[in-house]
Design a protein around this ligand. Structure first.
Ligand code: ADP
Length: 490
């Protein structure tokens, strides 16, 4: 089976969050199920000169008024189609924001162009390669199925929601510039409170909608988590499915991790202390008895980072330490930097994005805090589990179903892997941190937790199998309806 995966980011080339981790690792996992994926991604500067080394595979005369070409890139076990439209993608900054942190004003065009190119490929425009199925991700590629249906292309499309908070909502008067007919501005397609929503268009026109955990699939049907899309999702309820994300064992494995000063396994966990020492030195932490809690996250309200800032006095005075590696809301960054200034040796903050530091922190910390208000799946807690850095998490979305709370029953049954809290408040967070500190003070108990955490397996095998079964089911269904149509035609 041939799958076209369409995405705005893909690890290890370009990443702002979990979406890139998933689009960078799922194709590799699907290969084991006989599925060959090619990933279509915008031609950001990072892809050149890599991609420029090969001649364009195909040229489009007019993608929303721009000349465009597709270049093939094979690297890191992935096959990519790079969509080269310099006027749209050859810019500094992140995939979505300029150097000052503002949304690019033409993001609607940048990601509509990505979706239109994907639809044309799905419809067979690229000589020699046409996918059997298209997999889109979040609002940035959600228009693909809208364009496909408009072109009369009925190949199956699966849309995965990685975070429903981002919906690609724009003014309705942009519709003609998208080259879509007025009928797309309909309550059954892109119309959304008198605006247009790329995500809604995708939700209404794809065959199946998945999201990245079964709990989040249920949560987004409610007003609290649906962010305005709950009504649309209820309409699509029978086609909505939760499939938990996996982690890439080649990238996140403490036994082989090249970023770690000291690799280790569950059988020689004591070696982790070398990484811990490195962290203590690097962040000039007090080298005393308390645990090192860490955070690797976007510093936003969604991630509960304002609550974390309110918990810093508690952490410092309780004798623990906290390392924060992240970037995000300037107000939250300020609060955390102030906390670090107030508690030198106890609280340390590194504002920025660093893959190397993220690995080192997982390798050296005692615990990873993730107090999200909502969390579609969450990958940081999965990395924490894999590295024996015990997750302390709010009970929501994917966090709820990947971390087993260390209550007495779960400890006795030897299945506990972390600490959960609910309600999601600063007080709830501090209670969970207190429980984690108490457990840390009992080395035997802590070791047991670490072993159980490291043995919990969240690699892609199981989840990729679920995607593969879903894809095959859709292809079978498409083939059956084709047969029926042929019979009816005579
Ligand atoms: P989200 O996609 O909502 O940001 P996830 O937990 O699904 O959250 O994925 C976050 C990914 O981004 C993880 O791979 C995490 O390690 C990474 N990440 C987040 N912040 C940073 C940072 N400051 N430096 C390095 N990696 C980070």
């Amino acid at each position: 089976m041939k799958v076209l995966s369409v995405t705005s980011e893909v690890y290890p080339f370009i990443k702002t969050g979990g979406l890139a981790d998933v689009t960078g690792s799922l194709p590799k996992a699907l290969k084991r199920f006989g599925i060959d994926s090619i990933t279509l991604v915008p031609g950001y500067p990072v892809f050149f000169p890599m991609a420029a080394a090969s001649a364009p595979l195909y040229e489009f005369d007019d993608i929303l008024g721009e000349r465009a070409s597709i270049r093939l890139l094979q690297a890191h076990d992935l096959t990519l189609f790079i969509l080269d439209i310099p006027a749209l993608y050859n810019r500094p900054g992140t995939p979505y924001l300029d150097e000052n942190g503002n949304d690019y004003p033409d993001n609607w065009k940048r990601f509509a162009a990505l979706s239109l190119a994907a639809a044309l490929i799905a419809a067979g425009e690229l000589p020699g390669w046409t996918p059997d199925l298209v997999h889109t991700h979040d609002w940035q590629s959600a228009l693909t199925s809208v364009y496909m249906r408009d072109m009369g292309c009925d190949r199956p499309v699966v849309l995965t929601i990685h975070n429903i908070a981002f919906q690609g909502q724009f003014a309705a008067n942009l519709l003609p510039y998208l080259r879509l007919p007025p009928s797309a501005y309909d309550v059954g397609c892109m119309e959304y409170y008198r605006d247009i929503s790329f995500l809604k268009g995708g939700l209404m026109t794809s065959d199946i909608v998945t999201t990245v955990s079964p709990t989040y699939a249920r949560e987004i049907l409610t007003p609290r988590f649906g962010m305005g899309m709950e009504g649309v999702l209820r309409v699509r309820r029978d086609s909505l499915k939760g499939i938990l994300n996996g982690i890439d064992d080649d990238v996140w494995n403490p036994d082989t991790d090249e970023f770690l000063p000291q690799t280790y396994t569950v059988d020689n966990l004591d070696l982790k202390r070398h990484n811990r020492r490195k962290l203590v030195k690097r962040f000039e932490l007090d080298d005393d008895g308390g645990p090192i809690f860490s955070v690797i996250s976007r510093l936003t309200w969604q991630k509960g980072m304002d609550m974390l800032a309110s918990a810093t006095d508690f952490i410092a005075f309780a004798g623990a330490k906290l390392i924060i590696c992240g970037k995000g809301d300037p107000g939250i960054e300020r609060m955390l930097l102030d906390a670090a200034a107030k508690h030198p040796g106890r609280i340390a903050v590194s504002i920025g994005y660093s893959e190397e530091l993220a690995h080192l922190i997982h390798g050296g910390s005692d615990a990873i805090i993730q107090p999200s208000r909502f969390e579609p799946c969450g990958l940081t807690q999965l990395y924490g589990l894999r590295y024996g850095s015990i997750p302390v998490v709010s009970r929501t979305g994917g966090l709820a179903e990947t971390v087993i709370d260390a209550n007495d029953a779960a400890m006795n049954a030897q299945v506990a892997t972390g600490f959960q809290f609910h309600p999601v408040t600063t007080e709830g967070l501090c209670n969970a941190l207190r429980r984690a500190m108490d457990a840390y003070a009992n080395p035997k108990q802590w070791h047991q937790l670490q072993v159980q955490a490291m043995k919990a397996r969240f690699s892609w095998e199981r989840s990729a199998g679920q995607y593969a079964a879903l894809f095959r089911g859709l292809l079978k269904q498409a083939a059956t309806s084709y047969d029926v149509e042929m019979q009816q035609a005579g």
